[in-house]
Every structure is written in C-alpha cells, then in structure tokens.
Design a binder for this molecule. Structure first.
Ligand code: GLN
Length: 214
C-alpha cells in the first residue's frame, strides 16, 4: 500500500496549481500530466476545473483522449472538479456541437446549469464522507459557471446536493436539491471547486479512495 500516492493533475488548461496544493495538503504527491508517459506513471488523476470544451479539444490535440478513456476503463481513480466532472460524465446536456467527454460515470451532467443569473456563488454543503465524519463541519464550496448532475445510474453514490440557502442566508435561486458531488466506483466528481477554498477534505477523500486501490 502506498501511503503517499502519486496523483497526476491534467495540466492542459484550468486551475492546475490549486489542485497541486490541495493534493499536497491531503498527503499525496502531485505531478502535472501533459503527455502519455506522465499519465502512465500515476496512481490516479485529477481533472481540474476550467473549460470542458477547451480541455476536450486539447486532449485530442495532444492525443491523450484515447489513452485517458482506456485508463478510466482500466480502473484508474479519477477526480473531476467542475469542467472535470463534465469530462467524466457518460452523458452531457448543454454541450457545444461535437463536444465529447471521456465518460466513465453513469451520470447525465448539465453544463452551465445554474444559468446566467447565477454565474458563481458559495454555499456550505453537507458532503457524505466528510461533514458526517465525527466533528465534521459542512464544506464551504464555490461554484463557478458550474454543471450539476441531472440523473444518476444505479451504481452511482450521491455525495452532496445543493442546499436551499446560500452561505449568506439568501435562498438559492436555481438548483436547490440538485446533485453536485457523486462517486461511481473509482471515479469522483464535484460541481464545485474545493481546490480554491484552502479546505483539503475533498482531496483527502479522493486520496483515501486511491489508497484503497493501491
Ligand atoms: N462552464 C465550464 C465548462 O463547461 C466549467 C466551469 C468550471 O470548470 N469552473 O467547462
């Protein structure tokens, strides 16, 4: 069993540095992944937030799309945040013409789901496996042009839903009750960005999931 697993962060676009910091804080050894040889050397991978259509295009350009699909099918643990969640979804709504995902999670994700009125917001979320641990606090989450999960297959575990109220107490305008964190086997996805709040508990959840596999 590896105590400090090597976890790649796909570094084609998006907030790579923040994930590197959060993974370090969670006890992993993060490495950027831009090419096949780097992908082959990791125990697990993080797909960062950014722009899923751009990451999709770049993956094809650097010819990492098929190796990554094969790695996911082969059981590589992957955590996708925001755009990364979109990339992990088997089905996508609101994608651009020709947009593809890597797939692997039996979920339908709606891209840019919160709409134009709610570009970004923060909420304190109960996340299964984190806030329900002894002494666990809710997780402060940041949503930025985020997707949500419309529908999940039978093997998918729902970890968090949008609450009725935002952190400032105002009612959430859109999306109350929608699924924003889920796990399907070795794949974990969140609509939000735990890497930018300085709370490494979601990354720690992923690192533990990785440790179980090694
Ligand atoms: N809206 C973006 C997309 O479709 C995701 C935003 C994000 O990752 N913060 O990829």
């Amino acid at each position: 069993m590896t105590t400090r697993p090597t976890i790649g962060v796909l570094a084609l676009q998006g907030d790579v540095r923040e994930h590197v910091r959060a993974l370090e804080a969670a006890g992993a050894r993060p490495v950027p992944v831009r090419r096949r040889s780097e992908l082959d050397a990791v125990d697990a991978l993080v797909l960062p937030g950014g722009e899923s259509t751009t990451i999709d295009k770049l993956l094809r350009i650097v010819e990492l799309d098929e190796p990554l699909r094969a790695a996911v099918r082969g059981g590589l643990p992957v955590y996708g945040s925001c755009a990364g969640m979109i990339l992990l979804a088997d089905r996508i709504e609101g994608g651009i013409e020709g947009q593809r995902t890597l797939g692997g999670m039996d979920v339908t994700v709606r891209r840019n789901a919160f709409g134009r009125q709610v570009d970004s917001f923060e909420a304190d979320l109960d996340v299964a496996g984190i806030s329900d641990a002894p002494g666990g606090e809710p997780v402060r989450t940041v949503f930025i042009r985020a997707p949500w999960i419309e529908q999940v297959g039978p093997q998918v575990e729902v970890l968090a839903r949008i609450p009725a109220r935002a952190t400032d107490g105002s009612p959430v305008a859109v999306g109350a009750g929608k699924i924003v964190a889920a796990r399907h086997g070795r794949l974990l996805a969140t609509s939000f960005h735990p890497e930018i709040t300085g709370d490494a508990r979601v990354h720690a959840l992923f690192v533990n999931l990785v440790r179980e596999q090694v």
